[in-house]
Design a binder for this molecule. Structure first.
Ligand code: FES
Length: 105
């Protein structure tokens, strides 16, 4: 994995435990989420019809899309409940000097 693909996303302090934030990185909407102090990043637009996941609900590791209720595991993007049929793309995350960086492929 090349570290050069990591893009600056948001300050760590802006994503407290239980928070979901959407950020534009290189023209793409990314959601950064904090579950119990661990950070994960996914595409923010739901694979179903583009709903904004960061505006949905977080329950443990599962985010529920606000539009039609699809559920994804934020660690892997795996579908826990439809109507979505495609895994939600995920991105690697790292923290340096209090800033979250997200890997863009
Ligand atoms: S857009 Fe997310 S469930 Fe339909």
């Amino acid at each position: 994995m090349s570290s050069s693909n990591f893009k600056k996303a948001i300050e760590v302090t802006a994503v407290p435990k239980g928070a979901m934030r959407s950020i534009m990185i290189g023209g793409k909407e990314i959601m950064v989420v904090n579950v119990g102090g661990n950070l994960y990043a996914l595409d923010n637009k739901c694979t179903h019809m583009g709903g904004p996941l960061a505006k949905g609900k977080l329950d443990g590791f599962v985010v529920t899309c606000p539009w039609h209720g699809s559920q994804f595991d934020v660690r892997t993007g795996t579908i826990k409940r439809g109507p979505a049929q495609k895994t939600q793309p995920t991105h690697a995350v790292k923290v340096e000097d209090g800033t979250i960086f997200v890997e863009m492929k």
